[in-house]
Design a protein around this ligand. Structure first.
Ligand SMILES: *[C@@H]1O[C@H](CO)[C@@H](O)[C@H](O)[C@H]1NC(C)=O
Length: 400
């Protein structure tokens, strides 16, 4: 059967019926090699690396992967260096330079850009070793934060309000694509059946690439991320995971490192991750980064008053938040926040209890308990969480 279908594909004679059969047998290797536009990565024999993994390296040598956000404000870059001692804290890690002109962050004549280490994680790609991932932020030659470094300003805000103990929980939605740009598991010609059966589903006809999702969860936990859970989303090939709740900068650092880990694992599988907030036009859900937010006062008895007060402030700063909630200052979210498909309209601030078609939602349990947190549903899946959390803190706590 696989060979017959393969032959039809080669002759470009696919009928809808065959496409149907095809979908059901995607996992057979012949079908796979004929129908996925393969990533070159999947042709490599992954077991060879294992022969080198267990070689003994000098005890004082540590490999560190420095991560940073490039000039797009949404893509991760990384490079590795070998340290000559095991760091006991972030202060032990040296700054490092890179060529900012190759990452949309500097011009050629003055392109040395500086990485400052900010957070350390265990490296799940070198398991059992002392190797680490280092989340960095970036500085121009004049010592100023680069425009895409939103962390520096967030850190300044967090330092002013440490007593408020802000907590953030962020849901990251994303879509898996084939290297040809089609959502992973979707028929090459045509579409899957309409949305309905896929959310939190099980079964080969509904859910694609669960292995990847599970590998990601384990790797994030190993790394030290406050990883909270995962589920299949409403559109097939779309998934979600959550980080937090954690205080201050941790949730945002965690989210960036978890995105890196996700893309790294997907790279091994030859699958592409997109954080685009609306990867498919039409009646397909977009992808967001719903953000739960609370302060000590909101979590205390009678906190609902503080929550309502914060929502009142947010209602007056809608534009500022829309600008901070995607890397194109609202342009990406324009495609997603259409007032349908579980979203609110981008032009108007709205809120409600247990309502998903609003900008800000108070969960039912919070309304009942009279304390807790609220959920800002506006951030786009490709948002910079530093910018999102910063805007929340500055509007709701610092009254800016
Ligand atoms: C945010 O709160 C909702 C409940 O209102 C919960 O389902 C979700 O998991 C929370 N997300 C995070 C990231 O904490």
């Amino acid at each position: 059967m696989a060979l017959r279908i393969a032959a039809l594909i080669l002759k470009n004679e696919l009928t809808p019926n065959v496409t149907q059969q095809l979908r059901q047998m995607r996992t057979s290797s012949v079908a796979r090699s004929q129908f996925l536009k393969h990533s070159p990565n999947t042709a490599l024999d992954k077991s060879i690396l294992q022969r080198y993994r267990n070689l003994e390296t000098p005890p004082n040598r540590v490999q560190a992967t420095y991560l940073w956000i490039d000039g797009t404000g949404e893509n991760i870059r990384l490079k590795d260096r070998v340290l000559d001692k095991v760091p006991s804290s972030i202060e032990d890690l040296p700054d490092w330079q890179y060529d900012g002109s190759s990452t949309y962050q500097a011009h050629g004549e003055n392109s040395d850009t500086t990485l400052k280490p900010r957070a350390i994680y265990r490296d799940p790609f070198k398991p059992g070793q002392k190797d680490i991932i280092v989340m960095c932020d970036t500085y121009n030659a004049d010592g100023k934060a680069t425009p895409s470094n939103k962390r520096a300003d967030f850190q300044a805000a967090v330092q002013k309000i440490a007593d408020e103990e802000p907590w953030f929980g962020i849901e990251q939605e994303y879509t898996l694509l084939d290297v040809n740009g089609r959502p992973f598991g979707w028929p090459n010609n045509g579409f899957p059946a309409p949305q309905g059966p896929y959310y939190c589903a099980v079964g080969a006809d509904r859910v694609y690439a669960r292995d990847l999702v599970e590998a990601h969860a384990i790797a994030c936990l190993y790394a030290g991320i406050d990883f909270a859970g995962t589920n299949a989303e409403v559109m097939p090939a779309q998934w979600e995971y959550q980080v937090g709740p954690s205080n201050g900068l941790k949730a945002s650092d965690d989210l960036w490192v978890s995105r890196y880990i996700l893309q790294r694992i997907a790279e091994e599988y030859g699958v592409v991750v997109t954080f685009d907030p609306k990867p498919m036009e039409g009646q397909w859900n977009g992808a967001g980064a719903h953000t739960n937010f609370s302060t000590k006062a909101m979590r205390a008895e009678g906190g609902i008053k503080v929550i309502e007060n914060a929502i009142e402030k947010l209602s007056k700063k809608h534009e500022r938040h829309i600008k901070a909630y995607d890397p194109k200052e609202g342009k990406d979210n324009e495609r997603r926040l259409v007032g349908r498909l579980e979203t609110s309209s981008i032009d108007k601030f709205s809120w409600g209890v247990a309502n998903r078609a609003v900008s800000v939602r108070i969960p039912r349990g919070v309304a009942t308990a009279g304390k807790g947190y609220f959920e800002d549903r506006r951030p786009s899946s490709n948002c910079d969480p530093y910018a999102v959390c910063n805007a929340l803190v500055r509007t709701c706590i610092l009254n800016e």
